[in-house]
Design a protein around this ligand. Structure first.
Ligand code: ADP
Length: 160
């Protein structure tokens, strides 16, 4: 069984993340969505538990092939622990490339066996990030084209 890990902050999950996860599921039998919890990043809006819940609800029609976990160690360390050699990442625009290029090479030095696989998002989501969504929510803007209803609801609660 081919399984891959999809790491990210998912703070919160957006239609951009979902688009990448669905593309990955066409290639891999199983996808482990790994919510990275960085103790140095204290600016997360949602707790790990809230992020897990939103991922579970947003991806509910694919949950038979998805696992959700958190990660507080190096991504490659946890990827190997989970018995996978593949990391899935999404590319929006060239601006993502430089960061991903550095991360992939660093990961390769750390764990030769682990490779990264990139999927390009649908054009529709190429501008979309969790930060954009949080800013829109903060100013009470329209969210339904960016996030599923369950995420929209959580964002409304946070900013009310
Ligand atoms: P990180 O903090 O690791 O960048 P994110 O949750 O922001 O975590 O993103 C996780 C992964 O999903 C990254 O590879 C990112 O490029 C990708 N991603 C996020 N939003 C989109 C989007 N709109 N389209 C495609 N990929 C995306």
């Amino acid at each position: 069984m081919k399984k891959a890990v999809y790491p990210g902050s998912f703070d919160p999950i957006t239609y951009g993340h979902i688009d990448i996860a669905k593309r990955a599921l066409k290639v891999f039998d199983k996808l482990i969505i790994m919510i990275t919890v960085n103790p140095n990043k204290t600016n997360a809006l949602f707790s790990a538990e809230e992020r897990i819940e939103m991922v579970r609800e947003s991806m509910k029609e694919c949950m038979d092939r998805i696992e959700i976990t958190t990660c507080e160690v190096l991504t490659v360390t946890k990827t190997l622990e989970l018995g996978s050699h593949h990391i899935v990442r999404g590319l929006r625009a060239v601006t993502d490339f430089e960061y991903e290029f550095q991360m992939t090479h660093a990961n390769r030095v750390l764990a030769k066996k682990v490779d990264s696989i990139f999927f390009m998002t649908d054009n529709e989501y190429s501008f979309l990030s969790s930060n954009t969504v949080k800013e829109i929510a903060q100013f009470k803007g329209e969210l339904k084209t960016f996030v599923p209803a369950c995420v929209e609801e959580k964002l409304r609660q946070k900013f009310n």
